[in-house]
Design a protein around this ligand. Structure first.
Ligand SMILES: [Zn+2]
Length: 291
């Protein structure tokens, strides 16, 4: 990969923790290789997964109204924004490369306004790779991740053209990688039975798994820090690693079919083909250091 052109990779998530949860290891890998990695978080995420808004208020007899609730939400959104900056710093993503649309996460809709804002950010940051949510997650039904994936897809299309309110020229991307499906890819609900797609790219993140753990540990406001982060990594990244022949991996679904000059056999596939079953089991067995 030494003659590989440096990539510009923009990771776009619906909620503050999504990009770390789904692609934190991959982000760290590309930063280490010298690629540019930027992040865009679409909603402030204060309504869901928040200790104060979605947990404490869940059991309250009455909900504060008007400015009081709005100010609480703003405070919690600020906390979550700082957590994103902190997690990005752990992975090596610079603060100036982290962007927020700050949308309310009550209901994430397919929206022309959101699409336009994302398109403008794409034209400004000029990525050639985008990582985002799978537009058919949960069947594409009432799913904020799916709607974000759809908004990003339309924004990619719009960013390939001009906008009278944007001085930046059009930008096209070379490839889109969608966050792969749930941990063991088993049916978690009715919509999952519609799957006709599979994770087709695995990134080996074993060498940066402790960094990913630290990044998820930063997500204190939604209770991901601590036991959950460890359990999630072992069950999910561990399951994908097991499938891919390593200890921990992140899965992706590639959008565009690829054109190659020669058959695309990866270095890792050749390496695995030369390992004994025992060596592969050892390779799969590295365990996260949890303290
Ligand atoms: Zn999310």
């Amino acid at each position: 990969m030494s003659n590989q052109e440096k990539l510009r990779i923009l990771v776009i998530g619906a909620h503050p923790a999504d990009i770390f949860d789904q692609s934190g290891g991959t982000m760290a890998h590309h930063v280490k290789r010298g690629d540019w990695v930027g992040a865009l978080v679409v909603t402030h995420g204060a309504r869901i997964h928040d200790k104060v808004i979605s947990n404490n208020l869940f059991t309250a007899a009455t909900i504060p109204q008007g400015d009081k609730l709005e100010n609480m939400m703003k405070d919690r959104a600020d906390v979550k924004t700082e957590e994103v900056f902190c997690a990005c710093e752990i992975l090596g993503v610079k603060r100036e490369d982290v962007h927020f649309l700050g949308e309310d996460d009550a209901v994430t809709l397919e929206s022309k306004d959101t699409i336009r804002k994302i398109a403008q950010i794409i034209r400004k940051l000029r990525p050639n790779v985008i990582i985002t949510h799978f537009p058919m997650e949960n069947g594409g039904v009432e799913c904020p991740h799916a709607n974000t994936g759809k908004n990003v897809m339309r924004a990619i299309f719009w960013a390939g053209s001009v906008d009278p309110e944007d001085p930046n020229p059009a930008n096209k991307v070379a490839q889109v990688f969608f966050f792969g499906g749930g941990a063991a890819w088993v049916r978690g609900g009715l919509w999952d039975s519609l799957h006709g797609y599979t994770n087709d790219v695995f990134i080996d993140i074993t060498d940066v798994i402790e960094l990913k753990l630290k990044a998820i540990d930063s997500m204190v406001s939604q209770a991901y820090a601590g036991a959950y982060a460890r359990k999630r990594i072992e069950c999910s990244d561990g399951a994908f690693g097991q499938r891919a022949g390593t200890s921990y991996a992140e899965p992706f679904i590639k959008l565009y079919a690829e054109l190659h000059e020669y058959l695309p056999v990866t270095e890792d596939a050749l390496k695995l083909s030369r390992m004994s079953d025992h060596e592969i089991i050892i390779r799969r067995s590295y365990k996260l250091k949890t303290d």
